[in-house]
Write a protein of this length. Structure first.
Length: 150
């Protein structure tokens, strides 16, 4: 005989229990804690599952470099470029980055050769998971570089 006090499958009690398990998994697997919610158990459940999925994707993509993200284009080494070709190569590289949702600005007044060298040797090899604000996820635009003051 069925106990009528037992919650039905998919009830709010089941969802609350599953939500607590998801919170524990997020804390153990991703170091997240301090979840509080005013959402309904169903909405909180969907929200927690989406956070968990996002964190898993983030973890998997942490080895991806900017160079990988833009399709590993042929990039000329800075020291092989003639001065008259640097501006063209820099413009092409910045255009390719922009097509991939990445905009660089204000390279601290560097000349084109120094900018090209900085981008090709320092920026392109960076792993997406290395950024303090989290990885770049298209189609967001992430601004790299210092803001202009004044």
């Amino acid at each position: 005989m069925k106990d009528y006090n037992e919650p039905s499958p998919g009830s709010e009690d089941d969802l609350r229990a599953e939500n607590e398990v998801l919170k524990l998994k997020l804390e153990m697997d991703h170091g997240m804690k301090g979840f509080g919610s005013v959402l309904s158990p169903q909405a909180e459940n969907e929200w927690l599952k989406s956070i968990y999925e996002f964190e898993d994707v983030l973890k998997e993509g942490s080895g991806l470099t900017i160079f990988d993200l833009i399709g590993r284009p042929p990039v000329k080494r800075w020291y092989t470029l003639k001065m008259e070709k640097v501006t063209i190569e820099l413009r092409n590289l910045l255009t390719l980055l922009a097509k991939n949702g990445i905009t660089l600005q204000n390279l601290n007044g560097l000349d084109d050769m120094a900018s090209y060298r900085l981008i090709t040797e320092e920026f392109l090899p960076m792993k997406l998971g290395d950024f303090a604000n989290g990885p770049f996820m298209p189609p967001m635009i992430r601004w790299f570089g210092k803001e202009k003051k004044g």
